[in-house]
Design a protein around this ligand. Structure first.
Ligand SMILES: Nc1ncnc2c1ncn2[C@@H]1O[C@H](COP(=O)(O)OP(=O)(O)OP(=O)(O)O)[C@@H](O)[C@H]1O
Length: 291
């Protein structure tokens, strides 16, 4: 029911699926195209290999897997901050070869410049993207994006004067403000309490739906993935059982069957929610880490 048939063709071999394939038209020239990606810090023990997937424009894709399977490594390759040992990553028809303002990145730690205010932090990024812009235009743009995350009242405060949730909001506003072609989120809400996390998830979902932003996000939270994403990539860890080493990789692609206009409050009442949740949890418990 959930597996993405076209991705299956790209990811070979995949384990037997217990769900009927769901046909989904997928262009050959997908917006983001990952081909047979592999990474080895130790040549005899690659972290993962043969990872292939596509992301369409406007799609929200989450990746889930146990610690150490290589999620951040993949995100860093997409960000241009790391290189793969094998394979290729293309965005918008061009191979990714270094960081670019075409991709906005939000990490778990907010990475704001502590000596600058919210306004100045975001203006710095905006001026890097559009150096020809005059100050009034930069200000309007900054205020629009700070408003989007509900922080206009704190726009002239420094990071030390903000809560953890507020700092993450600034990071999200800054990433959106450069109008990236792709947003890369590495557990952006990992350090937040459940209440703040929920509020910011709602805000992020609203902005993403409104801007049709393409997103690749790492999370450890199954409910967060089900709430936000159109598809969920399930990654397995490298496995050294039986004397030989098998690298980790992309084990399965789960297509989210829930209506896109879902909200956090209604999620648990939607038909199909528990089946999907149980399927992902079962994967994490029994298949993701087959040591
Ligand atoms: N620079 C490095 N040098 C050597 N090994 C590294 C390096 N960076 C990552 N690794 C190793 O590669 C593996 C994958 O790391 P990565 O951070 O991508 O995993 P992850 O799935 O994102 O984990 P987590 O969920 O804990 O963040 C880990 O075993 C890690 O120790």
């Amino acid at each position: 029911m959930w597996s993405d048939a076209s991705d299956r063709e790209l990811i070979a071999p995949l384990p037997t699926e217990t769900f009927a394939p769901q046909p989904k038209a997928k262009a050959m020239n997908a917006f983001l195209k990952i081909e047979k990606l592999g990474k080895a810090y130790q040549s005899d023990k690659p972290v993962f290999s043969d990872v292939s997937f596509n992301i369409d424009k406007g799609e929200f894709v989450c990746i889930i897997g146990h610690s150490g399977c290589g999620k951040t490594t993949i995100l860093n390759v997409l960000a241009g901050l790391d290189t793969a040992s094998e394979g290729h990553a293309f965005m918008d028809g061009r191979e990714i070869a270094g960081p670019s303002l075409e991709r906005g990145v939000v990490f778990q730690s907010h990475a704001l410049m502590p000596w600058l205010t919210v306004r100045q932090n975001i203006a710095f990024a905006v001026k890097s993207k559009w150096p020809e812009w005059k100050t009034p235009q930069v200000n309007v743009h900054v205020e629009k994006h700070v408003g989007m995350v509900g922080l206009l009242h704190a726009i002239d405060k420094k990071p030390s004067q903000l809560s953890g949730g507020m700092k993450q909001r600034v990071g999200i506003a800054r990433a959106f403000a450069i109008q990236p072609k792709m947003l890369l989120l590495d557990e952006p809400f990992g350090a937040l309490d459940a209440l703040t996390r929920g509020t910011i998830q709602d805000e992020l979902m609203g902005i993403v739906r409104q801007t049709q932003q393409t997103v690749f996000m790492i999370t450890h939270d199954v409910d967060e993935a089900i709430l936000l994403s159109d598809r969920i990539l399930l990654m397995s860890n490298g496995n050294a059982s039986g004397g030989s080493y098998v690298p980790g990789g992309l084990a399965e692609v789960v297509v989210n069957p829930l209506p896109r206009e879902r909200t956090r409050a209604q999620l648990h009442h939607l038909p199909g929610y528990y089946d999907m949740r149980n399927h992902i949890v079962d994967f994490l418990v029994s298949r993701a880490k087959a040591h």
